[in-house]
Write a protein that binds this ligand. Structure first.
Ligand code: PNS
Length: 166
């Protein structure tokens, strides 16, 4: 069985992430969307909340699973006997960081290849950070996140902004 891992922060998942997950699910027997806990990164949603949001929007894709991990990606890769790491590439700005990560992971374990799927053109500019920033200032994020998550995301980010101001 060919298992692909789609790792990321997913804080929160965007339609760009979902597009990559969907396309990966057509290429592999199983796709594990992995919420990676990064203690150095301040996130708006807990890992459990992020995983729950991903599970909700991928519920209709039978070969997609969601998991949370707090260690090295490569250790998870080995533990789950995965075949490949799948990442989305937006612009050249992503390339240097992603290239470095792919090389490091392969250095750590030579069977760990990273497959880059180019983003769909309409998601070229999209990022979770942009979504959070727009939502905090009451901007329209409806084109950027899956419909079913819209209220949850707006509710959290507006509340957070209010709490920070108070
Ligand atoms: O969505 P992001 O924040 O760009 O995802 C980055 C992520 C989580 C895929 C990356 O930071 C990662 O793989 N973290 C796990 C720690 C690790 O294995 N690092 C590689 C050696 S530096």
């Amino acid at each position: 069985m060919k298992i692909a891992i789609c790792p990321g922060s997913f804080d929160p998942i965007t339609v760009g992430h979902l597009d990559i997950i969907n396309r990966a699910s057509a290429l592999f027997d199983k796709v594990i969307v992995l919420v990676v806990i990064n203690v150095d990164k301040k996130c708006a949603f807990t890992p459990e909340e992020r995983a729950e949001m991903i599970a909700k929007v991928t519920a209709d894709i039978p070969n997609v699973e969601v998991d949370i991990y707090g260690g090295l990606l490569i250790d998870y890769f080995k533990e789950h006997n995965a075949s490949v790491i799948v990442k989305g590439l937006r612009a050249m700005t992503d390339f240097e960081y992603e290239f470095q990560m792919a090389l490091i992971n392969r250095q750590l374990y030579d069977k760990a290849d990273t497959l880059f799927l180019t983003t769909s053109v309409e998601n070229m500019y999209l990022s979770s950070s942009a979504v959070k920033q727009i939502a905090r200032f009451n901007g329209d994020i409806s084109h950027f996140v899956p419909d079913v998550l819209l209220d949850t995301i707006i509710d959290r980010l507006h509340k957070k902004e209010t709490e920070e101001v108070l």
